[in-house]
Design a protein around this ligand. Sequence first.
Ligand code: ATP
Ligand code: MG
Length: 423
Amino acid sequence: MDYVENLSLGNSKVLILKNALICDECQSEIEGIYISKIIEMSETINSFMYGDESYEFIPEQLTNESDYIPKKVGNYQESSKKLPVSKKSQKVDMRSIYNKITKKIIGQDDAVKTILSTIIRNSISDSCYTKSNIFLIGGTGNGKSETVKQIANELGLPYVLEDSSKFTQEGYVGESVENAINKLIIEAGEDITRAERGIIIFDEIDKKTSNGEQSGVSTTSVQDSLLKMLEGTTFHTKAGKINTERITFILIGACEETYNKRDKRLKNKGKIGFTTLEKNDKSEATNPRFIPEDLIESGFKSELIGRIDTIQEFKPMDVEMATQIINNSEISIFNLYIKELEKLGVKIVMNRDEVVNAIAKRAVELKTGARAIRQIVVEMFKNLYTEVLLSNKSIKQIYHYNISKDTVYDNNKYELCKKEEKQ
Ligand SMILES: Nc1ncnc2c1ncn2[C@@H]1O[C@H](COP(=O)(O)OP(=O)(O)OP(=O)(O)O)[C@@H](O)[C@H]1O
Ligand SMILES: [Mg+2]
């Protein structure tokens, strides 16, 4: 039962699906899953993914012990067609949702996997285990809110995003934490059963730590008022009684202090070698994790962190990630502009790698995550777009626009050229 203990620490990445317990560090032990526990579970998900590979159970065919061991069925793309879909797994196809979301949210695959599987377990499956709450750590604009929003939409679950910095203890000026429950009921169309499977996000929770920006009596009491709610309790609202036992609570914070605590801890352990970082190395030195103590030492109450099972980081955006977001994301604002202009009959001619690289570099400099990409792209096309909208149709059919990396820094630096002219 080691894996179960690991899970409650909330630090190791452990997936429980059909009670298959797969520890991140013990990939080789996939075959050694606890069979007895699988039998105890009523139902969860029949297929799941681990790394780039798919596994599946076919519960209808469970006759002998070896059937309870998940079978590897290939990689995602290949297996999606091959997998037999059972009645229960028709409810939710985690792989296709994961594929959909990671086409939009780039470079945060681990976070998408963790959040998606946790919410599915909490809200969709009917098995009777204790639900998990999530703590998301990461700087601004890295996709935390967007990821949760996309997942909630894909799963058709109601969700509420609350800015914790406005909360104070009940009786004080400001909104009470419990208000979030009322908002969730409204989001669920006053359907309590739906609301009970919803998602409540408390953003900027790090402002409510004992040494956070708003430290003081009311800040830790906000943490206190979250305790019961996170664990599972019944609230009496105007719409009726609501139980929070299955509601997924997601706490979000930039948590700079928590990063400091983690780095200090790893340095002390001699585990972090900043000069020897190698890509794709999954060891702690290159892939440092957060442990509950990092959060507690940075001002969160241990009782609160004790109610969190999963701590997940959203990686900061570097030039490579920014480049991928610009080029590959289905919600890439850059691609959207090019398409919009094409629809207006205007072709944009450019050295794409050079332009994208300039946007990516500038975006990283601005330190506002992927939000910076939007700002830069909107700004760089501002004059050109206005000119196109003002021009008459025949001009658009004869001319195209040349843009370059200079356009990224100065939105007047573009050229209107005749289509016939060679570059
Ligand atoms: N990894 C990503 N891939 C693609 N687009 C992204 C990514 N991260 C962020 N974005 C884009 O940037 C916008 C802002 O992201 P989001 O609101 O999720 O940031 P956040 O992490 O919640 O930041 P904050 O801490 O400031 O609330 C999103 O709407 C999305 O368009
Ligand atoms: Mg956000």
